[in-house]
Design a protein around this ligand. Sequence first.
Ligand code: 13P
Length: 255
Amino acid sequence: MSAHSRIPFVCGNWKLHHGREATGAQVRELVAGLPALRDRARIAVAPVVTCLAVAVEAAAGKLPIAAQNVHFAEKGAFTGEWSVGHLKELGVSYVIVGHSERRALFADNDETVAKKVRAVLDGGLLPIACIGETESQRENGKTKHVVTEEIEAILAAVRPDEADRLTLAYEPVWAIGTGKNASAQQAQEVHALIRSLLKKHFGTKAEVVCIQYGGSVKPDNVAILMAEPDVDGALVGGASLEAKSLLAIAQNAIR
Ligand code: 13P
């Protein structure tokens, strides 16, 4: 499988934004825009957890819906959490795991991220596992080290026969919400490192894994990133809130 036979996969991360009404409206607009992509790019969207049911209904089976987080336990005394089983019940397809905001603000770490990835796979859903260095880690020359540690923790939780169910998202923390996206060369450098770690773990199956880039992706900068051999899609925050913009990103991601 060559890099360019991996179908571009763009996921909108709506973070703590749209409520029920806007979620339904934006999802319906996304669904209406899908035929124009002619199956040459895939889209998913991750609304606020309370809007997942509305999103699944509006998607009508045509657009996969993602959750932004999950707990790794099936049940128990975990006030405020939800499990993979609860997401499955709603008809959710993907789960974003280990986003840098969860790692920085809500105590996710390599150990809990690995447990969450395992729980998502065990429950039959699809993880989008996030990794990425902070600005000071990059400035101190620690990018390779940080990304390697984060990736190895995730891969230790995934069997080679599950490679095709895994999506990884490289999101340099300094590029998130700052308007300062990584250059195509900076992104490819890290994506190539990730691909080499995937090869070590999965062998030839490494080629089927989609590696998204995230951090200030917009309709006008996605094509240059996607031209790199190991950039297979995007995890998009701000520019995914309007369906038109997310559809334009998916369109421009087609190679
Ligand atoms: P922005 O696209 O707003 O920089 O956010 C990126 C992100 O965190 C997606 O998960």
